[in-house]
Design a protein around this ligand. Structure first.
Ligand code: 44T
Length: 777
């Protein structure tokens, strides 16, 4: 404590200080005492406030109180988290970081909370900061590895490892520069590779822009490491925000870019190029079309693209995007109404839906079958600004794909050929050995539709909101048009369209009988992983059998411990209570309720999904009182595990803590030990145990996705050590025989594992580490 008896030096101010200081010191010391006492009493909230006061008033105590302060913060945050007071939780962390801005432990812990709340970029940023402050901090390193893909997406590794692609870009750039394009702008430079190609080819001025901060910083490091620091000007900007002369001294003669995704336009190349032609590029070559190559006209690499599409049958795609069976775990599903994945282009654009997903078709477990030949869906000339501008206003174009293989229509697969210049082109097709995936437009308007040879598939092609949209509209069979969306028949809007699949028709008829006709917009969205789980018959059947077994075992036991001795209402007597705490959409509560004499509690939270369960319950003879939505009644997470009501215990608690990607939800596992005390005698937790298997694998693909493999693939440029800082220690993959070689390969199984870091000399790890999670998640 400062010496309060010291003589004051200056008149009134000093007198005031003399009065204030002892009071303040007293406040500080009594607050410190209170903080410590509250901490002992485990009253973390009050302890935290006292510590804040002490440390704000008397920073001299920072060193002394740092450990207890952290401990208090973490405990209090845990409490706030458990009751969903998230805003307050982050306020506390922010207050803590104001006092200890360079505390790596607080930063790392805040990152963990951010991560769990879904703020992944921000979480990654916090782990990164913690690691920068203390590079040998293992927790932050571990966490950072696990979220590195939010800062540097995995495809950067694939693209940089694709020597063929890099080489073709290099050749095209070299030719353009040699033929006179001396000023170059690389849009979306990533690690800077295309910009460096331009410089190496002899361009006088090279500029590059990159919108991601992490990638921009990486590009700066890479360019410097390759001795081009002064000769490439890199901007942390979106190209659309650039202008002459602020960002570029004058217009350039060449724009190079690979801002394309699997669906070509998803990274905004159309908008970027329209802007570039208007603001950043010299005017295009006119007249004869032949590029003469001088510094007075502008051009773009790639020069253009051709987009292809093809209809495919693919079980792996089907099971992720639509319901594949009429019954799940013995439960007829007709009354569920339409269930869809969030990938769809035939509905109004909405934030929760994407027009396509991406897959590398050749690597999908179970493979795929082409039902049509590849067909040209669109061509585009990037050197023609009118064409670029006209793209979004282009009419919806109908194309017809002759079917040459019978099979179920599951999706349209889309890929493209990128014409870098007259000689060099890249293809992202399914048959190519490249880094590219294909864009997948799943079909889910009909439960199943079998195409026959000689059918013609009618597809609408349009370009809206900078996305290429393809929609399977109808099938032309023996001169008749069969519309695929059963809810609209364009020719006969009054009547539902004839459905070629009698089973589907029967199911929808039954659904209508039981629930009345559904509204056209009455569909329910499920995540792809939820859909895949719903389609997993073994999974539901196993739960069903286990539940049946348990309930019949208990039925023959003497008396019901729930009701033993106490008076119960007639409705409750003999009832068993089953709680399903699965996350997301789950049918297991209904499967339990269907056993009879069971009251089931579901944890499904979304209203539309609850309605699906209610409809299914009604259609399957489960009365309203026998299905409850647990989370509708509990205000906080603590309540998730409670007794069904006073004096009752659970017969079964379904606690499925394995995510479809293979991760184990640690929090839910922890709850299992708590749940045990809430079970009636003979009651069970499902699953009873989980066996985790592991195996050592060798996989080139995995390697290519994990780290840049030296200098060779990147044209001799020194890029690998920089981007490989963002290598992850654990990744999640569906493994199939094509990816890996190992002793045993389980098809169609998802595993999480840590790859060997073959080329990362800094790792001391001897190989596979145990796949575990972010601390606290
Ligand atoms: N992924 C394909 C996308 N950018 C390809 O920030 C293929 C996905 C893919 N910067 C598996 C395999 C593959 N101004 O760093 C990014 C991005 C940046 C811009 C400045 C702009 N207007 C833009 C637009 C984008 O450009 C970089 C590349 S974008 C696309 C790369 C291997 N899954």
């Amino acid at each position: 404590m400062p010496n309060t008896s010291a003589r004051p030096k200056h008149g009134r101010r000093a007198r005031r200080r003399r009065r204030v200081e002892p009071a303040r010191d007293q406040l500080v010391s009594s607050s410190l005492e209170s903080a410590q006492q509250c901490l002992l009493n485990q009253d973390y909230g009050t302890a935290f406030v006292h510590y804040l006061l002490v440390l704000n008033l008397a920073p001299v105590f920072k060193d002394f109180a740092q450990d207890s302060f952290r401990f208090t913060l973490f405990k209090w945050a845990e409490e706030l988290d458990s009751v969903g007071r998230i805003q307050e939780l982050f306020d506390c962390y922010e207050q803590a970081l104001e006092i200890f801005p360079a505390d790596e432990v607080i930063l790392n812990s805040m990152g963990e909370h951010l991560f769990r709340m879904g703020f992944r970029d921000e979480a990654a940023g916090h782990f990164h900061k913690a690691l920068k402050l203390k590079p040998d901090y293992p927790e932050a390193r571990e966490n950072f590895y696990r979220v590195a893909n939010w800062l540097v997406e995995r495809w950067h590794f694939l693209m940089l490892n694709d020597h063929g692609r890099n080489r073709k870009y290099q050749q095209a750039i070299h030719k353009a520069v040699q033929s006179g394009c001396s000023t170059v702008l690389d849009i979306g430079t990533g690690t800077g590779i295309l910009g460096m190609c331009a410089k190496k080819a002899g361009a006088a001025e090279v500029y590059a822009c990159e919108l991601s901060k992490t990638m921009y910083e990486l590009a700066c490091e890479v360019v410097a490491a390759n001795g081009m620091e002064g000769s490439i000007k890199i901007l942390h900007k979106k190209s659309l925000d650039m202008e002459v002369p602020t960002d570029l001294p004058h217009r350039v003669s060449l724009v190079v870019t690979e801002t394309v995704d699997a669906g070509l336009f998803g990274e905004g190349i159309i908008e970027s190029l329209i802007h570039a032609w208007h603001h950043l590029l010299l005017p295009p070559e006119r007249g004869d079309g032949e590029f003469r190559g001088d510094s007075t006209s502008g051009r773009v690499i790639p020069a253009g693209a051709t987009v292809f599409c093809m209809a495919v049958e693919c079980l792996e795609i089907r099971r992720h995007h639509r319901l594949c069976a009429a019954e799940v775990g013995g439960l007829p599903m007709a009354a569920a109404g339409e269930l869809r994945s969030p990938v769809s282009c035939n509905q109004e654009q909405d934030d929760s839906t994407e027009p396509y997903t991406t897959e590398r078709l050749s690597r999908l477990p179970g493979g795929y079958r082409a039902l049509t030949e590849p067909f040209t869906a669109l061509t585009i000339d990037f050197n023609n600004v009118q064409e670029l501008e006209g793209l979004s206003s282009r009419e919806v174009r109908e194309i017809r794909l002759p079917v040459n293989q019978g099979g179920e229509l599951d999706a349209l697969a889309v890929w493209f050929q990128l014409h870098l210049d007259e000689e060099n082109s890249l293809s992202t097709g399914p048959e190519e050995d490249t880094c590219w995936e294909q864009a997948i437009y799943p079909v889910h308007s009909a439960m199943s539709f079998a195409l026959k040879p000689r059918d013609e598939l009618i597809v609408d092609v349009s370009c809206r909101d900078a996305y290429l949209r393809l929609c399977c509209v109808a099938v032309l069979r023996d001169g008749h048009k069969i519309y695929l969306d059963k809810r609209v028949d364009l020719q006969n809007p009054g009547k539902p369209a004839p459905n070629p699949n009698p089973e589907v028709e029967l199911c929808s008829a039954l659904a209508c009988l039981q629930t009345g006709p559904s509204e056209p917009e009455d569909f329910c969205m499920l995540e792809c992983s939820e859909m895949a789980l719903l389609n997993n018959q073994d999974y539901h059947q196993s739960f069903r059998l286990a539940l049946t077994k348990l309930l019949s075992e208990l039925k023959f036991k003497n008396g019901n411990p729930n009701t033993g001795g106490t008076a119960v209402s007639a409705v409750d007597s003999g009832l068993r209570y089953v709680l399903d705490v699965s996350e997301g959409f789950s049918l297991l509560s209904l499967i339990a309720a269907r056993q009879g004499q069971v009251k089931a509690y579901s944890s499904v939270e979304k209203t539309k999904q609850q309605n699906v369960l209610r409809r299914l319950a009604q259609a399957n003879g489960i009365s309203e009182q026998h299905l409850e939505f647990w989370l509708n009644h509990t205000e906080d997470e603590q309540g998730v595990l409670q007794r069904p009501s006073r004096e009752k215990l659970w017969t079964a608690i379904i606690l499925d803590c394995v995510e479809t990607c293979g991760l184990i939800r640690q929090k839910l596992m922890e709850k299992a030990s708590l749940a045990r005390f809430l079970l009636e005698e003979g009651g069970r937790i499902f699953p009873g145990k989980i066996v985790v298997y592991g195996m050592l694998v060798e996989s080139d693909t995995l390697l290519l996705e994990s780290a840049v493999q030296g200098r060779e693939p990147t044209l001799g440029f020194n890029i690998a050590p920089f981007i490989n800082q963002f290598t992850m220690s654990t990744i999640f993959k569906v493994l199939s025989g094509r990816h890996i070689s190992a002793q045993t390969v389980t098809q169609d199984t998802t595993h999480s594992f840590a790859p060997f870091e073959k080329l990362a000399p800094s790792t001391t790890s001897s190989g596979l580490c145990s796949p575990h999670h972010l601390t606290g998640s």
